[in-house]
Write a protein that binds this ligand. Sequence first.
Ligand code: NAD
Ligand code: MG
Length: 398
Amino acid sequence: MATLSSLTLLGSTGSIGASTLDVVARHPERYRIVALTAHRQDELLFQQCVRFKPRYAVLLDEVAATRLAQRIATAGLPVEVLYGMAALEKVASLPEVDTVMAAIVGAAGLTPTLAAARAGKKILLANKEALVMAGQVFMDAVRAHGATLLPIDSEHNAIFQALAGRYVPGGYAGDLAASGVSKILLTASGGPFLHTALTELQAVTPEQACAHPNWVMGRKISVDSATMMNKGLEVIEAHWLFNAPADMIQVVVHPQSVVHSLVQYVDGSVLAQLGNPDMRTPIAYALAYPQRIEAGVAALDLFKVATLSFEEPDFVRFPCLALAYQALQAGGSAPVVLNAANEIAVAAFLAKQIPYLTIPRLIEKVLADLPVQIITTLEDVLQADAAARTAAQEFILR
Ligand code: NAD
Ligand code: MG
């Protein structure tokens, strides 16, 4: 018998948010939505409120929240509308909620996701930036408060599955090597510019960068996939989730995005998880774990896939990947700075303020300019984040 689970969905109007609601809607006997949240998309959030009737709807933006509250009142819906960061943290830690989908994009998701950890929730983590920024602080909170951490990122969800019971989702602190794992093989599609002539990269547009060959995603992660910073962030994410040193995590370019990642063992075995590139699979796996539920995803047709290919990553074409490995090795504030500089660079590229190739240049410069600081608290994280954002903005103005 399935038990009823109560959910807060942070970032419900995004790509992961929509996929989560799609899976949830297939299993009304299992899942009840308590809170839906968004940045400022009150129109879409209103439609989601009509359909899912949450107890709370939260917007970061006050003006959008006022509009939403008016529409909710006119429609006579029993939904309480809140706004602001404190409200996001509140709905992430409500006593009546057991599961929190962390699907806000970027650093904005950190404090609500951390609030869920501190409240001991089951966290379905899509918001990789939170873990990249605050790795130690976040994992400590998960352990200290008995939270459960299940990866949504398709690669990490695949690794979780291929670790075959080794990963304990309560803030894993085990020794993978001692349990027979020799390598984590993190697959990467290579994005839309895997084979674009290097001379053409300078002129690529945000539209070209966001046209991912296999996945439909939000714009920030789409650009990250084009630069392969997404894979760099995922290396750091894997480091924290699986307690794995950087040299145990190997990136493998796999343009078909069918093998979502692999784990190599000392005896020569390699376990992989395969599937169509559809985020509803990892979402359903984490939602129902350890059970399996239908996710609306078409069965993988291996005859149609026909060929799976693999190649080594090109660190010259994708300098962001090298920068991420360097930041992980440097430790301390370096991953915070990497993430913050990347967020500013990607936003500037999407706003057509800087060309594509300036993204890695900017991140490299900010990393080089800011000395590595020791991080022990959330405040340290937020300070390093703010300093890196200021430095990145100054670079763009120059
Ligand atoms: P998206 O841009 O489609 O959606 C982002 C969501 O966060 C929206 O609901 C938006 O309203 C909300 N949001 C944005 N800024 C906010 C702020 N300042 N305060 C509060 N809420 C804010 O992004 P997405 O593609 O759904 O990605 C979400 C997260 O999941 C990212 O961290 C991404 O790296 C990760 N992820 C996404 C995919 C994917 O297939 N889309 C796959 C793996 C991991
Ligand atoms: Mg991924």
